[in-house]
Ligand binder design. Structure first.
Ligand code: GAP
Length: 441
């Protein structure tokens, strides 16, 4: 279990970010007009943009910037035999206890023999509760039509291993990556989007010769830790933590988590597991299809071992928001600012005509359209310029471009930087080039 140092608890930060998410349209409780549904969230306009940026930053590092990883996009519903072979039907469980007094249900490993709601110690024995959501495929509900919503995207990569290997003429070491929704009927979801029943994962299965898996495991731990720092989380808020033996998942010979210092203490962002040949061997046995790789250069036949960096996109978005939230004072006025990395921020640029007068609109719109071809932009012409800057600071927009009356004469605009609030005047014709350079895009 992750430790929670007393000094790490920061409920004010948590409340400020949750509040901001609702107020500015990052995250809404799902179906709020009907009273919501427990611990399920919808991503609003800013959340949808930011989540997309998290995915793209991961995709960039894991696929685009490499020549040894290819993507897939597998179905959420699949043959239930997949979950039998993977071990999820038998072992993807949490220990469940009922409080006989208030009837609340808890995860036995999260409470210390006392019901957190009513304080009773009259609890049932712990029993395994399978976390997979069950459904039926087709119009008949029966044993033969049972299917499950995937609890991880990983199995889509394992069952497609041979198809991908042949179609792309790859040889180990190589990886298959995928981003997608996963579903777990968590007993105790909570802490906002940290633990939900529907969430998004970013996973990569890296297939290697068996003897090389420890080396690749080390490599991926460092690589993944570096990714969170690259996108703006300070090193002291991150750590790598190796799992104890009794913590390991049923498939893992060794797992190291990338952890973030959440307001309540250290919590997992990503698990990097050495899954050995557990999955490919299991699918080979259950399907009767050989999943061995034949290495023509060494004349060797083997089932590759797998190193798997598995991250949560929605949880990572929350960590980016918490790490970026700051309050400071500008000109004697308090401001809330999200110091998000430009690639992660929902908008990269806001275009702000100084006045709502019709005379500025055509030029401001022209500037907007030039920038929109390359960057996600917001256009805002309401209220005072100071207020509009504050609004952009609060949602993390790294640059504001102000079009004023002088711009009509000299074809120049003012670029204001979010963190320093520094302003630079430059020609409209240089704007795209200038901003792309500063944004590292
Ligand atoms: N295939 C490996 C696997 O599924 P995991 O540690 O169970 O590993 C990977 O999940 C990541 O997915 C976690 O590190 C976390 O970021 C995210 N995750 C897992 N359960 C989640 C939940 N209920 N809500 C939000 N994110 C979750």
């Amino acid at each position: 279990m992750a430790t929670s140092p007393e000094s790490a608890t920061n409920p004010e930060l948590f409340d400020a970010v949750v509040n901001l998410c609702k107020r500015r349209g990052f995250v809404f409780p799902s179906a709020e007009i009907y009273g919501g549904i427990r611990s399920t969230y919808d991503y609003g306009p800013l959340g949808a943009l930011m989540l997309r940026n998290v995915r793209e930053a991961w995709w960039r590092a894991m696929i685009q910037e490499r020549d040894d990883v290819v993507p897939i996009d597998a179905a959420i519903l699949t043959n239930p035999k997949v979950w039998e072979a993977s071990g999820h039907l038998a072992t993807f469980t949490d220990p469940l206890v009922d409080c006989r007094n208030c009837k609340e249900r808890w995860r036995a490993d999260e409470i210390e023999d006392v019901c957190p709601k009513c304080g009773s110690t009259d609890l049932t024995e712990a029993r395994p509760f399978n976390l997979m959501f069950k459904t039926f495929v087709g119009p008949l509900e029966g044993d033969s039509s049972v299917a499950y919503l995937r609890p991880e995207t990983a199995q889509g990569m394992f069952v497609n291993f041979f198809n991908v290997l042949t179609a792309t003429r790859r040889k180990p070491p190589f990886g298959i990556a995928q981003i997608g929704r996963a579903f777990r009927n968590e007993i105790t979801p909570g802490n906002f989007v940290f633990r939900t029943r529907e969430f998004e994962m970013m996973e990569m299965e890296f297939f290697v010769p068996p003897a090389d898996s420890p080396r690749w495991h080390e490599y991926w731990c460092e690589e993944r830790l570096g990714w969170y720092m690259r996108y703006g989380i300070a090193g002291e808020k991150l750590r790598l933590r190796a799992h104890d033996k009794e913590e390991l998942s049923h498939y893992s010979a060794g797992t190291t988590d990338v952890e973030f210092l959440f307001p309540w203490g250290w919590g997992e962002l990503e698990g990097i597991a050495n899954r050995t040949d557990y999955d490919l061997r299991a699918h080979q046995e259950h399907s009767g299809t050989s999943l061995e790789y034949f290495d023509q250069t060494t004349d060797e036949r083997y089932i590759p071992h797998v190193v798997e960096p598995a991250a949560g996109a929605t949880r990572t978005m929350m960590a980016f928001l918490l790490a970026a939230y700051d309050e400071d004072e500008i000109g004697g006025e308090r401001r809330a600012v999200l110091r998000l990395h430009p690639r992660i921020a929902p908008y990269q640029v806001a275009v702000l005509p100084l006045s709502r007068k019709d005379t500025l609109a055509p030029l401001a719109k022209d500037v907007l359209h030039r920038l929109q071809r390359y960057l996600m932009c917001e256009y805002d012409e309401t209220q005072s310029i100071g207020r509009r800057y504050r609004r952009q600071d609060e949602i993390g927009t790294p640059y504001c471009v102000t079009v004023d009356f002088e711009s009509l004469e000299d074809q120049q605009v003012t670029v204001r930087e979010r963190d320093s609030t520094e302003q630079t005047r430059l020609p409209i014709d240089d704007l795209v080039h200038h901003l792309l350079g500063r944004l590292d895009i």
